[in-house]
Design a protein around this ligand. Structure first.
Ligand SMILES: CC(C)(COP(=O)(O)OP(=O)(O)OC[C@H]1O[C@@H](n2cnc3c(N)ncnc32)[C@H](O)[C@@H]1OP(=O)(O)O)[C@@H](O)C(=O)NCCC(=O)NCCS
Length: 216
């Protein structure tokens, strides 16, 4: 039987999506916009725009990242001052795998979405895999925004970047995040991980979730 070459299929989709450079390209519930001059990518959903972080987002980042209910659940300490937030934007968020999750109406950064590749992830992921991580500011919880942003990122990772398997994980005391992953199709692998370099990583095991690319 002839084997279906999913790698080619992904790159075919990728080519198709990038063919009309600078055009508005609709794709399964999200839209990818590519800036004609800078090639900067923006991912748009019904309520959100995922765009690159800017230093001018430091004030919003600090407002939400100083909350002790946000960072520790994802494994990082609350930000102490706006200068720390500015540094995080500059040194950690400025790359082509990390997006500010912004409200369509106001452009305010209310969260973060990004992915790690093989060699960067805490999970032993393969070369065609990525691990997705995210957070949303507390005033915006339980409105479906993390689910909307993660669905768009899954779509982007599979159909634009061509990854074949996506991973994500959550601390055992953070079931809301596991629920977001479930709603986006991730399945529990039954495996757990310990990450002592994460904030309070020695105290809590991490559940590992996985989503395989499915041909429709
Ligand atoms: C986890 C987080 C991203 C969820 O964001 P959100 O925008 O509120 O998520 P959504 O509204 O899309 O979905 C939340 C789901 O979790 C459920 N939920 C909320 N609290 C829960 C809890 N204590 N236990 C189980 N489920 C819970 C909600 O009911 C909802 O599910 P439903 O639609 O089936 O009712 C957000 O709380 C957050 O950023 N937390 C801090 C950082 C973090 O945990 N990041 C993820 C690291 S893995």
């Amino acid at each position: 039987m002839m084997e279906l070459d999913t790698t080619n299929m992904c790159s075919y989709l990728k080519r198709e999506l990038f063919e009309e450079d600078g055009q508005h390209l609709p794709h399964k519930g999200m839209e990818l916009l590519i800036d004609r001059e800078s090639a900067e990518e923006r991912i748009e959903t019904v309520r959100l725009i995922l765009r690159p972080w800017r230093e001018s987002d430091a004030e919003s980042l600090f407002r939400y990242a100083c909350d002790p209910d946000v960072g520790p659940r994802a494994g990082w300490p609350p930000h102490k001052d706006i200068e720390e937030s500015r540094r995080v934007i500059r040194d950690i968020f400025t790359n082509d795998r990390t997006w500010a999750v912004t409200l369509r109406d106001t452009d305010e950064a209310i969260g973060c979405m990004g992915y790690y590749i093989h060699g960067e992830s805490n999970i032993a992921i393969g070369e065609n895999d990525a691990e997705i991580g995210y957070w949303i500011a507390k005033p915006y919880w339980n409105r479906g925004l993390a689910t909307e942003a993660l669905r768009a990122m899954v779509n982007y990772c599979f159909n634009i970047k061509g990854f074949l398997t996506l991973w994500s994980d959550f601390f055992i005391d953070n079931p809301a995040s596991g629920r977001v992953m479930e709603k986006c199709g991730f399945k529990d692998t039954g495996e757990t991980n310990w990450c002592s370099h994460l904030y309070h990583g020695d105290d809590r095991p991490i559940h590992i979730m996985k989503l395989e690319y499915a041909l429709e």
